[in-house]
Write a protein that binds this ligand. Sequence first.
Ligand code: 5AD
Ligand code: SF4
Length: 442
Amino acid sequence: MDKKIFLETYGCQMNFSDSEIVASVMTYQGFDVTQELSQADVIFLNTCSIRDHAEQRVLNRLRELQHLRKKRPGLIIGVLGCMAERLKSELLEGEDKGIRVDMVAGPDAYRDLPQLLVDAESGQKAINVLLSADETYADISPVRYAAGGVSAFISIMRGCENFCAYCVVPFTRGKERSRDPESILSETRILIREGYREVTLLGQNVNSYEWKSKGTGLIIGFGELLGRVASLDPRMRIRFATSHPKDLSDELLHCMAAHPNICNAIHLPVQSGSTAVLSRMNRKYSREDYLNRIDAIREILPGCALSTDLIAGFCGETEEEHKETLSLMEAVGYDFAFMFKYSERPGTLAAKKYKDDVPEKVKTRRLTEIIDKQQELSLASNQRDVGTVQEVLVEGRSRRSETKVMGRAENNKVVVFPDEGFSPGDYVMVEITGCTSATLKG
Ligand code: 5AD
Ligand code: SF4
């Protein structure tokens, strides 16, 4: 049939991983994935609802895509993922605003895509936003259509039940469920055979991974899963994201210490440095609890890289509380951070319970202070690496220079260095000779 599908992914790594499931379902149905928008018979946007800004980007994109319908009669445009789940049939009713959507599919509805497509093609309402208590797509082999063949994601669980007050994810991705460890191990084995060098195990909260064996009744936790995956091939680098500070166990840290191929890098979102704000956020740990976890990491995994997520201007945040975030950043000395302005999401606990009362101007100023602080910390962290030798996994050519390649060190920092005939997937020992706050030069 030679029909073509164009996939565009927004948001987190989990969405990128889901798009590979979508590609698999569609390829099985006879579609080719194309990188050429103008050749697509079907366009799917896999979307994100985490902040209002993310949704606005998608809505603008949807508006912009409509002109393609003239050149491609019969073109189907579908919205998948978190926005599909949050806005549901509202998305099918936006034509008056210049946004015509033909299909809507939530994160647990991807097996249904072929049927939804048939419905959409016949002009029917094509929508499936049912969330499932057990869908993990464990038996679907992802089609790694956009990957460079070096690094891959494996999703090990879906959903989240933490209900952090600001967060829409528990509503868009549903109940937490873990995937059969055997299917995770066999997916890793396939990647090893195909020459991949790095896998990242993904989940909204990987520390609560739990699988109860049907035969023996034995429970496998994240530490054990991680150890098993890491033992498959010592040349395969293992990473994972994301950890929740409330259940990052010492056992997990010891497992990381025991396996040299598990990268010494932990992403541990703190969100705020103030115990009072953390409590309003329903994060279930205090500033002290968090700093205790950092001490445990420093003790068990000396030199481990640390990154975090931070939110500026959450409901009721005082100047004092904001300063506590800055002082916590300093105390931890993060190597890297993702930093955001609080954005109220309809339906969340915070939207129901608190006023979004920090003025926009104040939020912006606080975010700027947080970003400036992190730039200082990132620069200091990178400067500490100058003069060291790092094992770098080559990913490809540097974007800025024809004569250089780029890759990542174990600490997840990007390293750019002269190409001496290296190929993606090579491990190269690189002496770090300089840096900016964003990259290391070797
Ligand atoms: N506003 C701003 N940032 C948010 N995040 C999640 N929800 C919101 C929100 N409503 C951030 C958190 C989370 C990251 C993925 O996105 O820091 O860890
Ligand atoms: Fe959102 Fe909290 Fe779940 Fe992360 S742990 S997805 S921030 S509710």
